[in-house]
Design a protein around this ligand. Structure first.
Ligand SMILES: *[C@@H]1O[C@H](CO)[C@@H](O)[C@H](O)[C@H]1NC(C)=O
Ligand SMILES: *[C@@H]1O[C@H](CO)[C@@H](O)[C@H](O)[C@H]1NC(C)=O
Ligand SMILES: *[C@@H]1O[C@H](CO)[C@@H](O)[C@H](O)[C@H]1NC(C)=O
Ligand SMILES: *[C@@H]1O[C@H](CO)[C@@H](O)[C@H](O)[C@H]1NC(C)=O
Ligand SMILES: *[C@@H]1O[C@H](CO)[C@@H](O)[C@H](O)[C@H]1NC(C)=O
Ligand SMILES: *[C@@H]1O[C@H](CO)[C@@H](O)[C@H](O)[C@H]1NC(C)=O
Ligand SMILES: *[C@@H]1O[C@H](CO)[C@@H](O)[C@H](O)[C@H]1NC(C)=O
Ligand SMILES: *[C@@H]1O[C@H](CO)[C@@H](O)[C@H](O)[C@H]1NC(C)=O
Ligand SMILES: *[C@@H]1O[C@H](CO)[C@@H](O)[C@H](O)[C@H]1NC(C)=O
Ligand SMILES: *[C@@H]1O[C@H](CO)[C@@H](O)[C@H](O)[C@H]1NC(C)=O
Ligand SMILES: *[C@@H]1O[C@H](CO)[C@@H](O)[C@H](O)[C@H]1NC(C)=O
Ligand SMILES: *[C@@H]1O[C@H](CO)[C@@H](O)[C@H](O)[C@H]1NC(C)=O
Length: 843
């Protein structure tokens, strides 16, 4: 880098300044993806923090808040980000009927976790999962009309208040919005505690009210899933604390959460509880159970409140500190007291910013002259979103005693294995190692690895047992750095996925495992009396199981279990077994000219038919979810799944007619409207050209999707962010090292910036990728030649050793496709071409 030149130019064009240190945070926009189905949580959180504070709305509320102009119902302290399904209905008497919840616990989950909901038929909402968490919202009012307690509003439906447009501010560790009642709400967090600063107007907007703020705490959550709860208020201190049992948003069982709210800034006037729309100063506590009459989870508004005299500060501010805990209300209080002893909003905010600067600051970007600053926002915001979940609940797990870390909100690994964990492994390997330890610990105590997990509950399995992939990925990449992970138990866990069919495979392991072992595929008309789960997705489960087994084989090989390795490498071949070489595909009666697709296959070995374009955006896009009639591919078409053989693309390319024909088919996938980039299975096909010796086409393809589908607007995410999956995709794609997750492989394309570096937090080594002949218009996105640490480098991929040991990868770009990275010896490894797939990094 030519720092001095860059600085001089930087005065004129801020975009070329090196982005590092605290100025990184100005490039993070948490509001990206807060409408249009992104479902992003835009509030205040620490990296992987448990407390996640934001304003909750009555619109698109999966992430709590949405930039949709809907009204604000409260401020709550825990959220998940980017999850699927429909928003909560407006009515408080709402929700999934109980029979559906019971059926869900059996297995008929009737749930979609993925697709955004706008524009979908109403019927779809019936099958949707609910928003997550959002428990114990607090809500401020400046004064009760006529100063009468009962004139204040208590239920969510009546208290919902418009925001003042243009007042939303969102930054790492900070969120603010002003209500139409002229109350400004600001929030920041520590790991388990939210701190709010409510600034009240001198004159309340409420009729005939004088300034005497009331803050209530509501025994509810975003989806109104409360099963029971209790709350109490201390008349002397104004402290409100309580507990509630709720349902998880995409899983079975229930969880109990506790909170503890304290206030500072005004003298207490009086306190009490509310039930429905009435409030009183007596009693000082209440508890609510399901009424048992309607046999439904219909919940009555209930909670407690504290009313204050006019604040004693000139700015009329009252601070509310809310601790949360899964252990007890007492622990919620002690979390809050120890983490935020002084109610010092600015200090907590600064500490949160410092935590983010520390996490994101391992990356340094020299954008390059003329690069659109919005691309930096897209990039940094992507890294940011991928650093919010899984959430660190260590010390907060009531389910088992353990000294291991406990992370939650693996939501879902079906999504996160494809890029989130790969990015965390690069940017924050220490957290990735803690997450792997936590996965192993979950296996130890639950008997199974999760495929999805939230709110201490087992979430629904969408396809295979994808934790196998995440564990193999970490094992291969982190090597001896991950010695804290008990790899023997990790191996036992993945082997359990491969060998034992669970009684309820809707939430763990793999269904159809007996057929899988005997026949090498999951038959579409499977006979499976060994466990329960939805008998759908036979195609997608088959190809996912094959890849899961491949990843297990890699671990077996590396751990020295040669016989297992051989067995699972063998089972990894099973992706071929549902490939019908005779199947054609037409769109509206016009043949696509491609033959050979994955198809349903019966027990007797004959093929059935599912139109290869079915469940693509071109035909019945929303027909392949977790509902009982969800068909044979999950959230995608057979066209798309036919490309899923991440471990043996060489064989897949041969199967599909050779490199030229493969590239023609891949082009068609991208250009025909068959591919929806807003679902995670679409990530890898962007880069598969590498395996056909055409890395230049992967580079072209990346630019076709970024920024047109991933940009810095509130609609700038094409699908549910899924805990940062879309964020990690865009970040890795812009870095130009896209992983083939589960393998120690990164596919090389030119970064969107002139240069970036990552300093490995554990080894201290710095990896740099530099474009030579970089142009901000991205006309020259074709690698002509490359050097790694000054030595000519012709492979179109590299391994994680680059990040562990550091180095400089220099890519010389040009305006035309070149021969770089195209020879067979330059291609990434494939099972059938006999490459040694493990051990790139020595332990
Ligand atoms: C605020 O914005 C929303 C759309 O986001 C709009 O519906 C509403 O009318 C606006 N309110 C005001 C007061 O401008
Ligand atoms: C939001 O509040 C305004 C004013 O109270 C009301 O007119 C509007 O219908 C509300 N909208 C929603 C979606 O609740
Ligand atoms: C928050 O938790 C993380 C672990 O997830 C820890 O590294 C960090 O130090 C904690 N922050 C504070 C302020 O305690
Ligand atoms: C305010 O109180 C006065 C006196 O009680 C009453 O006449 C008036 O209607 C009230 N105004 C409103 C807006 O409620
Ligand atoms: C609340 O419901 C849960 C789940 O049904 C139950 O385990 C718990 O005992 C209940 N608690 C109270 C206080 O009723
Ligand atoms: C509650 O506190 C208020 C103000 O400190 C006091 O006036 C009131 O008597 C107290 N009520 C009870 C029941 O202790
Ligand atoms: C404001 O009131 C609170 C009690 O409600 C008190 O702790 C604090 O010291 C007061 N601050 C000032 C500046 O008087
Ligand atoms: C298929 O034909 C219908 C009816 O003419 C048309 O609306 C639709 O857009 C066509 N779809 C494609 C993918 O060409
Ligand atoms: C195989 O099984 C399928 C599904 O049960 C059935 O439709 C088909 O006729 C069978 N084919 C043969 C050859 O038995
Ligand atoms: C496909 O969608 C159409 C119209 O949306 C619907 O009538 C039809 O039942 C769907 N087919 C299947 C197999 O889901
Ligand atoms: C931003 O991305 C969204 C979602 O993919 C897309 O609909 C929109 O057109 C994009 N906007 C721009 C300006 O590219
Ligand atoms: C793969 O490579 C590693 C490290 O280079 C080596 O130790 C191992 O024996 C190789 N495995 C096979 C099966 O060739």
């Amino acid at each position: 880098m030519v720092a001095s030149t860059l600085l001089v130019v930087g005065v004129l064009i801020p975009g070329v300044l090196c982005q590092s240190g605290s100025n990184i945070l100005s490039f993070v926009d948490p509001l990206i993806g807060t409408v249009n189905g992104g479902h992003v949580f835009p509030g205040a959180t620490l990296p992987f923090g448990m407390a996640k504070a934001v304003a909750d709305v009555n619109g698109e509320d999966q992430g709590g808040f949405a930039s949709d102009g809907s009204n604000i119902t409260g401020f709550s302290h825990m959220h998940d980000s980017g999850t699927g399904g429909a928003s909560s209905p407006y009515s408080p008497t709402l929700l999934m009927p109980l029979f559906m919840m019971i059926m869900a616990t059996i297995y008929y989950s009737l749930i979609d976790n993925e697709r955004h909901t706008h524009g979908l038929p109403d019927r779809h909402k019936l099958y949707a999962t609910s928003p997550s968490l959002g428990n114990f919202p607090i809500f401020p009012q400046a004064g009760c009309p006529d100063d009468l307690l009962d004139n204040c509003v208590f239920p969510k439906t009546t208290r919902a208040t418009p925001r003042i447009n243009g007042t939303v501010e969102a930054h790492p560790g900070y969120f603010a919005v002003e209500l139409a009642t002229n109350i400004k709400a600001e929030m920041t967090v520590t790991n388990h505690t939210a701190l709010y600063r409510f600034t009240f107007p001198e004159t309340p907007t409420e009729a005939n009210a004088t300034l005497s703020p009331l803050i209530l705490a509501d025994l509810s959550d975003l989806p109104n899933s409360r099963i029971n709860g209790s709350i109490s208020v201390d008349n002397t201190t104004g402290r409100i604390s309580g507990s509630g049992t709720f349902s998880p948003s995409f899983g079975i069982g229930s969880y109990t959460l506790h909170f503890c709210a304290d206030f500072q800034g005004a003298a207490i006037r009086d306190t009490g509880v509310f039930m429905n729309d009435r409030a009183g100063t007596e009693p000082k506590n209440l508890s609510v159970v399901q009424d048992g009459v309607n046999n439904s989870p219909e919940i009555l508004p209930a909670g407690a409140w504290t009313r204050f005299h006019a604040p004693n500060s000139t700015d009329n501010a009252i601070l509310a500190r809310v601790g949360v805990s899964f252990i007890s209300a007492a622990q919620a209080c002690s979390n809050a007291e120890s983490e935020i002893p002084a109610f010092d909003f600015d200090a907590v905010h600064t500490a949160a910013q410092d935590a983010w600067t520390d996490t994101l600051g391992v990356i340094e970007v020299i954008p390059g002259q003329g690069v659109d600053p919005s691309l930096q926002t897209v990039f940094w915001s992507g890294v940011y979103r991928a650093s919010t979940s899984p959430q660190d609940y260590t010390g907060e797990n009531p389910l088992w005693e353990s000294s291991e870390p406990y992370y939650d909100s693996y939501y879902c690994i079906w999504d996160s294995f494809r890029s989130i964990h790969s990015l965390i492994t690069i940017v924050d390997p220490a957290s990735q190692i803690r997450m792997m330890r936590s996965l192993v610990d979950i296996y130890r105590y639950e008997g199974w690895l999760p495929d999805c997990r939230m709110s201490l509950c087992k979430g629904f399995t969408q396809g295979g047992s994808n934790a196998d992939i995440v564990l193999a990925d970490a094992y291969l990449k982190l090597g001896s750095l991950a010695q804290g992970v008990d790899w023997q138990t990790a191996y036992e866990a993945v082997r359990t996925d491969a060998e034992v069919e669970p009684k309820n495979w809707a939430v763990q392991g793999r269904g159809g495992l007996t057929s899988w072992k005997e026949l090498g595929y999951v038959p579409t008309d499977d006979y499976d009396p060994y466990g329960v789960g939805a008998f759908t997705r036979s195609i997608s489960r088959t190809v996912e199981y094959a890849y899961d087994d491949f990843c297990i084989a890699e671990m077996a090989q590396a751990l020295g279990y040669a016989a297992d390795a051989q067995k699972y490498f063998g089972r990894a071949e099973n992706w071929r077994n549902m490939f019908n070489p005779a199947q054609n595909s037409a769109i509206n009666g016009t043949d696509t000219t491609f033959t050979g697709f994955l198809q349903p296959r019966f027990l007797n070995g004959t093929f059935g038919v599912q139109d290869p374009i079915f469940c693509s955006p071109l035909l019945n896009f929303t027909s392949c979810y977790l509902n009982p009639d969800g068909h044979e591919t999950y959230e995608g078409s057979a066209w798309l799944y036919t490309f899923f053989a991440p471990h043996d693309l060489a064989a897949l390319i041969t199967t599909l007619g050779g490199p030229t024909e493969f590239v023609r088919r891949l082009d068609f996938l991208h250009e025909s409207g068959l591919l929806y980039i807003g679902d995670e299975q679409a990530f890898q096909p962007v880069f598969l050209y590498h395996y056909a010796g055409r890395p230049a086409k992967s580079a072209e393809r990346v630019h076709a999707y970024i920024p047109s589908q991933f940009n810095d607007t509130t609609v700038g995410i094409p699908g549910n962010d899924d805990s940062g999956a879309m964020g990690s995709f865009v970040a890795l794609a812009m870095m130009g090292l896209f992983p083939n997750p589960g393998q120690d492989v990164y596919l090389i394309t030119p970064p969107f910036f002139e240069e970036w570096s990552v300093t490995n937090k554990i080894t201290g080594k710095r990896a740099t990728v530099r474009n030579v002949n970089f142009d901000a218009g991205y006309e020259g996105v074709y690698i002509q030649s490359a050097t790694l640490d000054g030595v000519v480098y012709t492979k179109n991929w590299l391994t994680h050793r680059f990040f562990l040991e550091g180095g400089v990868l220099e890519l010389t770009l040009g305006r035309n496709e070149s021969a770089w990275g195209t020879r067979s010896e330059d291609l990434p490894p494939s099972l059938s071409t006999g490459h040694n797939l493990t051990g790139y990094y020595k332990w």
